[in-house]
Design a protein around this ligand. Structure first.
Ligand SMILES: [Zn+2]
Ligand SMILES: [Zn+2]
Length: 163
């Protein structure tokens, strides 16, 4: 696949993402099954950031797009507490780019790695924008926006009501 304009006109709503060096890339399409700012301690430790914008897709909606064989530019790992979640990273820059959950058969990507327009805004933002703050109890900072704050996943845990 060449660039967003071509991809956009040909496939409609394909959204592309890539690692820091650009050696590894992927495309996602359709509507996410989840899009949220995640404040869990796993995300914090993994990224070194207070929270991440995580976006989950059903497995057929995700595809690697860098040159084949895809695995030659990737390595993968899991952690003992979550053996069902395989994370993939670029062998060159070390950047984690996507993970696959074999329990849900969902792929997860990060909003910050998605393709931007000239002004730095993420393309197709309306489709991928977060709908909630999840695992908000372990937050490193308060966020004063209008999105719901949840103890765990949106609509599957207690909603946190702040005074
Ligand atoms: Zn890379
Ligand atoms: Zn998380």
């Amino acid at each position: 696949m060449s660039h967003s304009e071509d991809a956009g006109s040909e496939f409609g709503d394909v959204i592309q993402g890539s690692c820091y060096c650009g050696g590894v890339s992927y495309a996602v399409t359709g509507d996410p099954v989840l899009s949220a700012f995640c404040h869990c301690t796993n995300c914090q430790r993994l990224t070194g950031c207070p929270f991440v914008h995580t976006i989950h897709y059903d497995w057929p909606e995700f595809a690697w797009t860098h040159p084949e064989p895809y695995i030659s530019r990737l390595n993968s790992y899991s952690i003992p507490s979550k053996p069902w979640k395989i994370r993939y990273r670029c062998t060159k820059c070390g950047c984690t780019v996507a993970s696959h959950n074999s329990r849900t058969n969902h792929w997860s990507v990060w909003g910050a790695q998605l393709e931007r327009d000239e002004s730095g805004k993420i393309l197709n933002w309306e489709k991928v924008k977060p709908t909630a703050h999840i695992f908000y109890e372990t937050r490193m900072l308060d966020v004063n926006d209008t999105l719901g704050k949840w103890e765990g996943y949106e609509d599957k845990s207690e909603r946190i009501v702040l005074q």
